[in-house]
Design a protein around this ligand. Structure first.
Ligand code: ZN
Length: 764
């Protein structure tokens, strides 16, 4: 019996995510230390083997290897003087150090010595990596001065897996059996109930019924799984995040992890408790302020529930949660335009602080530069307190534009293109990731924008590692940006899915090379941002209450606007103005035009745009190539706005076919008309729309498509003009058409428009 009492034991973990439990015991009779390391929660044998080969037990001047028995590592050493501490070392770096003090076992080392999730992933994937990273130097004392914000995260990936399942249990949520079984999670003996499916686009092609739209499927109560199948419960938790020793691709994240979260994160009954839980988890990490990007922010019911929960969460935990309305960067243009229209409305709510363009960076920033320009113009107006016509809301807001850019290296210009747009409009912008790009990104305008408090770059080291975008912490250019004096923060990108927290994120930044002065810089950036948002919130809240005496008024208008967008007909809406289609040379047909003619065309279009009245006429354009007629019209409108900053902008209607995959559109586009039918039917459908709305057309150069446009315009009796002597379609047709359809040079172009549309469409 005496022997038992002399045995003291301590439980801890080798890592900070608590996936490698360790028990350390000291037997006072035998003066024996024994250490057991449990590896059953690890996924990769590679990591288990690595630990077996590289872990040592140190005691006094003794060093021992661990012996592996299945998933357990064991080391024991006897006859040790009681004053000698016992340490677990990994490649000569201390992870755990325990000593006997007053009959108890005590830890000697700070938390940051244990392995972080970034190191676990590196070892699971690349056992030859130089891990653990060094923890020497005074800077490590600072890792306790936690990060205070999480400016880059997503609600559906932020909540911890356990948190999500607890919320689901609490609310008696059902979960589809089909998904659990596909994942090898048993539901044996549990009663099945009918439930509705939850659509999940990324796995649509796999045709699971529970992921299609509006199907009835079988589900079980999440709560019952916990009660009856504890092992299945553990497996379920593990299925909701990326394992600590694994690296995923974007596809794996979507089709393995997000799909398992989907039935819960999209369940409207769980919104309130999910947000409360997120706030509690932030409280535990020491985070005071977080901005959650959410695609559901456009849904009236969701937004109503979320804003109520955010208020409650702040009252309970003191944590301030704010929302960024999120738009996928590859959304088809029409849908994107609808969401942009709604963003302008929901941004009135004090809890909505801006917009986020997110998703897998398969496309270039340029592909949706029109949308960024669109929202940037709005942000610039907001900053100046200019009312948006429909609502009368004229509160001078400070609206955040955040873009995911440089997360992977596929399109290295993505970061600089975002910076260019924001700089041009003089608005604040946040860049999420910036793991890839050019040196000039942090040497150029970023410095100026940083000095003006218009830029914050958000680094997400643990997400980048988990998603196969970097292989080591040093690969992240975070110190280069910090050194350039540009405001930066470190963020989670979804702490639940990546299994990280504020302290591990800061450590990852230090592995990447951040030094003491950089940490000061980060903390100062956070403080400045929070102070700014708080001041803004107080004023915005007041304005909101004044404008919407009942908050129901805000939500019912949002619902109306959403319904209205579905029936929205741009050309009908613009019926009080006359459309002018300008089409012709683009891409290769533009390069066939002589330089002199190109200059003449450019001069003509600029003169025309400057002389027209935006209240009387609008432009119709197709997709835009890098060079050509559409680009010149777009540039001329930009120039017009530079010279007439207080003028009402021109309306620009993009006429696009759904067959044009990710088309580049005019930066001034503010309406879209979708042309149905095949790509070859574009000239027919476009001219039919034009005829219906009493439009006119100018054709300049071009090839086969433009020839068809001209022919169809003639058939339908649309007033039009072709520019003579220009290489391509317009020059060819000018040789055979009647003179009323032909014009020469800049003066001829203006005269042609006057003949077609009358003097009325010109500025006085
Ligand atoms: Zn993100």
């Amino acid at each position: 019996m005496r022997h038992d009492k002399m045995m003291i034991e301590l439980y801890c973990t080798l890592d900070r995510t608590k996936h490698i439990p360790v028990s350390v015991s000291f037997d006072a009779v035998l003066a024996r230390w024994s250490v057991r390391i449990m590896m059953h929660l690890l996924r990769r044998d590679r990591l288990k083997q690595f630990l077996t080969h590289h872990l040592r037990l140190h005691c006094g001047n003794r060093e021992l290897c661990f012996v592996r028995e299945g998933d357990v590592l064991l080391a024991e050493v006897s006859d040790m003087p009681i004053i000698d501490p016992c340490s677990v070392m990994l490649r000569h770096a201390p992870m755990i150090c325990v000593r006997v003090q007053d009959g108890q076992l005590m830890h000697d080392l700070a938390d940051y010595h244990r392995l972080s999730v970034m190191e676990l992933r590196m070892l699971g994937q690349y056992p030859h990596a130089h891990v653990p990273y060094s923890r020497t130097g005074a800077i490590w004392e600072r890792v306790h001065s936690y990060l205070r914000t999480d400016l880059h995260t997503h609600l559906s990936s932020q909540i911890s897996s356990e948190g999500l399942l607890e919320v689901a249990s609490m609310h008696d949520a059902l979960y589809p059996v089909e998904l659990l079984e596909r994942h090898g999670i048993t539901t044996e003996g549990l009663t099945r109930h009918a439930m509705r499916s939850t659509f999940f686009a990324p796995a649509r092609s796999e045709k699971l019924r529970c992921e299609q739209e509006d199907c009835e499927v079988e589900g079980i109560y999440v709560r019952e799984l916990k009660e009856h199948h504890p092992q299945a419960w553990t497996r379920f938790i593990e299925a909701l995040h990326i394992p600590v020793d694994e690296v995923h691709t974007f596809d794996m994240l979507e089709r393995q992890v997000y799909r398992m979260r989907n039935p819960l994160t999209k369940n409207p009954a769980l919104v309130r408790s999910t947000l409360l839980r997120v706030a509690q988890e932030y409280r535990q990490q020491g985070i005071d302020y977080a901005e959650l990007a959410v695609t559901a922010a456009f849904d009236t019911a969701w937004l109503r529930a979320a804003t109520e929960a955010i208020l409650e969460a702040e009252e309970c935990t003191g944590v301030q949660l704010r929302l960024l309305a999120a738009i996928p960067r590859s959304l088809p243009p029409v849908e994107m335009l609808h969401q942009l229209a709604l963003v302008k409305y929901i941004a009135q709510h004090p809890y909505v602080v801006g917009v986020d363009f997110l998703g897998y960076e398969a496309n270039k920033t340029q592909n949706f530069a029109w949308a960024l320009n669109h929202v940037a113009r709005f942000a610039a107006q907001q900053a100046r307190g200019i009312a948006t016509d429909s609502t009368g809301w004229d509160f001078a807001d400070d609206f955040i534009l955040r873009v995911h850019a440089g997360e992977n290296g596929k399109n290295p210009d993505n970061v600089s293109e975002v910076l260019d747009i924001a700089f041009r409009h003089g608005i604040r912008v946040r860049v999420g990731h910036a793991a890839y790009g050019h040196e000039r990104d942090y040497q150029g305008i970023a410095r100026i924008m940083g000095q003006r408090n218009q830029l914050i770059v958000e680094f997400n080291p643990d997400s980048n590692m988990a998603m196969n975008n970097i292989d080591t912490a040093e690969q992240l250019p975070i110190t280069a940006w910090a050194q350039a004096g540009i405001p930066i923060v470190i963020a989670s990108d979804g702490a639940g899915i990546y299994q990280t927290d504020a302290q591990q994120l800061l450590a990852a930044g230090m592995y990447a090379g951040l030094e003491d002065a950089h940490l000061e810089h980060i903390l100062a950036t956070e403080q400045k941002h929070c102070a700014r948002q708080q001041a803004l919130f107080a004023r915005k809240q007041q304005a909101f209450i004044t404008h919407y005496a009942h908050k129901d008024a805000f939500f019912s208008t949002l619902e109306q606007q959403t319904r209205h967008l579905k029936r929205y007909d741009a050309m009908q809406r613009l019926a009080h103005k006359r459309p002018l289609l300008i089409a012709g040379a683009s891409g290769s047909s533009w390069s066939r035009i002589s330089v002199n003619h190109q200059k003449e065309i450019t001069r003509a279009i600029h003169q025309l745009v400057h002389s027209l009245d935006p209240d009387k006429i609008y432009f119709a354009l197709g997709r835009i190539k890098h060079e050509g007629i559409g680009r010149i019209v777009d540039d001329a409108i930009s120039e017009y706005l530079t010279y007439h900053p207080n003028s009402r902008p021109f309306d620009v209607v993009g006429m696009i076919s759904p067959h044009q995959n990710m088309p580049t559109l005019a930066t001034h586009l503010n309406h879209i008309v979708v042309l149905h039918g095949e790509l070859m039917s574009v000239p027919t459908h476009m001219t039919e729309k034009l005829a219906l709305h009493h439009g006119s057309a100018l054709y300049i150069g071009g090839s086969a498509f433009t020839r068809d446009f001209i022919k169809r315009s003639e058939d339908l009796g649309i007033p039009f003009g072709v520019m003579a002597e220009i290489e391509g379609a317009s020059g060819e047709k000018a040789r055979v058409l009647e003179s009323q359809f032909i014009f020469h040079g800049a003066a001829g172009m203006i005269h042609q428009v006057r003949t077609m549309l009358g003097d009325d469409v010109f500025r006085v």
